[in-house]
Design a protein around this ligand. Structure first.
Ligand code: TXA
Ligand code: MG
Length: 364
């Protein structure tokens, strides 16, 4: 299949004429990749079983892993859900449009092909002018998983989408690099206690401000024990993975030591592991920060990528998937990464890094 590409000239002043063909493709059952504020999505008509099947096929994704239905305004939510629980209403008011996906009991209109056979449906209203206008023009809710091949890091540029899906979908809309860089927070409001199924830019602290108490699915905090199942089916897959073996180094547990001393111990450990692997002749990658880069420059042959500044969680989130893809392209065999505090956006950052590492985590 020929994949058409269009480039949005000015994201703040989009002409409908730029998006009419993409909207028609969606309405007619085709697939269009488009930017959102979190990551690029691979869109298809959420009410069309055949379109959902095409999405699974293009991504190489297991079809028991449900899709998120994207809407452009509140009126489009009603037809997708059988009811809107109080907690859902509060969160929509506080955070939509934005990087928050809510799980509702589904209506009979939404096909099981879109929900992976579940009685619930995931809904999100993205805060991105291209995504929002495209959905409105399509006139249908748009099912959109991240626009990557299943198992690869999510795409944060149109180039990443092209690398994974060119030739497999109808169109790619290039709206430039995304803002946030990590997938939306998912909160299940279909049960008695609102529960976070995937951390993201709407943080635990922000959710608690609105709802008081919020539960967290144990799948977020660490590897699942034998027989346990995460509530978001997608969280069970080793996701977000680079091709190289990734080792995450956490500061030690010497809580009496100052924060800076614990960080220094972590950097020293990353350095030591990288030196050992380089000594064995392996192609080594190091994920450092702007602040620590100089500490590794003398590791022979090591490829260095800064993930951002330790002082800016949003810079780390923004660069994370880009850095993992970069190491794939460079042919790294093993990667050693620093880790980050888990408060605020740090919870989502460490969730994605831990999963990319297959929970291979070493304490300094
Ligand atoms: O930021 C995002 O959410 C991006 C952009 C494109 O909007 N989309 C995205 O979709 O990350 P995807 O398919 O890569 O991740 C969707 C996650 C999966 O882990 C899936 O299992 C979960 O949402 N999910 C979807 N429907 C669900 C449901 N009814 N119950 C529980 N989990 C659900
Ligand atoms: Mg995904």
């Amino acid at each position: 299949m020929d994949t058409k590409e269009i480039v949005i000239k000015d994201r703040e002043h989009i002409e409908d004429s730029e998006l009419l063909e993409a909207a028609r493709i969606l309405r007619e059952g085709g697939l269009v990749a488009f930017p959102t504020e979190t990551v690029y999505g691979l869109g298809g008509n959420a009410l069309d079983e055949k379109a959902s099947e095409k999405i699974y096929a293009a991504k190489g994704r297991p079809s028991d892993n449900p899709l998120i239905a994207h809407v452009s305004c509140l009126e489009e939510v009603g037809p997708l859900v059988s009811r809107v629980p109080e907690a859902g209403r509060k969160l929509m008011e506080a955070f939509w449009p934005g990087p928050l996906t809510l799980i509702f009991p589904k209506s009979s209109q939404v096909p099981y092909a879109t929900t992976g056979g579940l009685e619930t449906v995931a809904v999100r209203m993205p805060d991105d002018p291209v995504a929002s206008r495209l959905i409105a023009l399509a006139g249908v809710p748009v099912a959109a998983p991240s626009a990557n091949t299943s198992g690869r890091p999510s795409p944060t540029t149109a180039g990443h989408v092209r690398d994974d899906l060119s030739g497999k979908i109808d169109m790619i809309i290039d709206g430039g690099p995304v803002g946030i860089g990590l997938e939306s927070t998912i909160v299940d409001v279909s049960g008695p206690v609102p529960t976070v199924l995937r951390p993201g830019a709407i943080t635990m602290e922000m959710l608690e401000d609105i709802l008081g108490e919020v539960a967290i699915d144990p799948a977020i905090l660490g590897p699942m024990a034998e027989g346990e199942r995460p509530k978001a089916p997608g969280m069970k897959y080793k996701h977000y993975a680079p091709k190289a073996e990734l080792t995450l180094v956490e500061p030690g547990t010497d809580w009496d030591a100052a924060e800076t001393a614990r960080e220094a111990a972590m950097i020293a450990k990353v350095r030591q592991l990288a030196l050992e692997a380089a000594g064995e002749g392996r192609r080594v990658g190091i994920i450092c920060t702007d602040e620590s880069r100089a500490c590794y420059e003398d590791v022979p042959g090591a490829m260095l990528q800064s993930i951002g500044s330790r002082r800016s969680q949003s810079s780390v989130a923004h660069n994370l998937y880009q850095v993992l893809r970069e190491f794939d392209d460079l042919g790294a065999e093993c990667i050693f990464s620093e880790s980050f505090p888990k408060d605020h956006l740090g919870q989502a950052i460490m969730n994605r890094l831990s999963k990319a590492a297959g929970y291979h985590i070493i304490k300094a």
